[in-house]
Design a protein around this ligand. Structure first.
Ligand SMILES: NC(=O)c1ccc[n+]([C@@H]2O[C@H](COP(=O)([O-])OP(=O)(O)OC[C@H]3O[C@@H](n4cnc5c(N)ncnc54)[C@H](OP(=O)(O)O)[C@@H]3O)[C@@H](O)[C@H]2O)c1
Length: 258
């Protein structure tokens, strides 16, 4: 099923969607390195991936540390032919009540964190003249969703950045795809649900929640065809088609109280 990669770096690979991607890759024989902030999560991830899995501790909001840790991993292992960056989080809240720090934190982790990882690794992929980068946005990164003003903005930024980078890197043999998961049962999603306004929670009940393994399997299946956006659920693909081609219907479907 799908393509094969010799070596993959998964940033945000110690839990949730990133871990599922790393596990699926390891199971098909890819040499996997996972990165995240918590040493405990990295240790647990390594146990599930096998003793040979490489781990590196970094916080993607810290550009210098991200570059240092990823450069060291390239020195230790070699240049990856697949880079997946999933580090990110969502906070659903009403914008008029949200502290600006929350909006800023999502921009720093979700958008700038993605930029930092790419800034560290793109020179290696360009030098190798090949590779695939997967950035992670969201369905809320292709259409604005109420309760997610700060989050949607950070994930739209990922889509714009990745699209420009994809066009820029094409002559270098490097492809950039953006994963747009729907709601997916992960530790991050559980955390998000703890403070989510009841109205947002109720609106989301209409949409199916995926398992992280379903997201990982879909990603790895479609990636060899060099997609621009990867939308793992049928609901999501239909929703995205409505947003693109039937904007008035999308407006009705997505409006608050609608
Ligand atoms: N789950 C969903 O419903 C859903 C839907 C749409 C989009 N997404 C997006 O998909 C991505 C993964 O989500 P998830 O639900 O799998 O999250 P998760 O369960 O919270 O896992 C996040 C992973 O990223 C790491 N991470 C978080 N912040 C980091 C930072 N600043 N620096 C380095 N590593 C960091 C975490 O480890 P540490 O905490 O130890 O750093 C963990 O390994 C996110 O970008 C999220 O916005 C998720």
């Amino acid at each position: 099923m799908g393509g094969s990669w010799a070596r993959a770096f998964v940033v945000g690979g110690s839990e949730g969607i990133g871990l599922a991607v790393a596990q699926r890759l390891a199971a098909r024989g890819t040499e996997v390195a996972v990165f995240g902030r918590s040493a405990d999560k990295l240790r647990a991830a390594r146990e599930s991936l096998g003793a040979t899995a490489y781990t590196g501790q970094l916080d993607v909001t810290d550009a210098a540390a991200t570059t240092a840790v990823l450069d060291r991993a390239v020195d230790d292992l070699g240049t990856p032919d697949l880079v997946v960056t999933t580090a990110g989080f969502a906070r659903a809240e009403w914008f008029h009540e949200a502290p600006l720090d929350n909006v800023r934190a999502m921009m720093e982790t979700n958008y700038l964190g993605t930029v930092h990882v790419c800034h560290a690794l793109v020179p290696h992929l360009v030098a190798a003249g090949r590779g695939t980068i997967v950035t992670t946005s969201s369905m809320a990164g292709v259409t604005g969703v109420f309760g997610y003003a700060g989050y949607s903005a950070s994930k739209f930024a990922v889509v714009g950045f990745s699209e420009a980078l994809r066009r820029e890197l094409r002559p270098h043999g490097v492809h950039v795809a953006t994963l747009c998961p729907p709601n997916t049962r992960t530790p991050g999603f559980d955390e998000e649900n703890r403070t989510k306004p009841a109205e947002v929670l109720a609106a989301e009940e209409k949409v199916r929640t995926l398992e992280p393994e379903q997201v990982a399997d879909h990603l790895l299946k479609v990636l060899p065809s060099q997609p621009r956006l990867v939308i793992p659920s049928l609901d999501g693909r239909l929703g995205h088609a409505v947003v693109r081609h039937l904007p008035r219907l999308a407006e009705r479907m997505l409006r608050r109280g609608g």
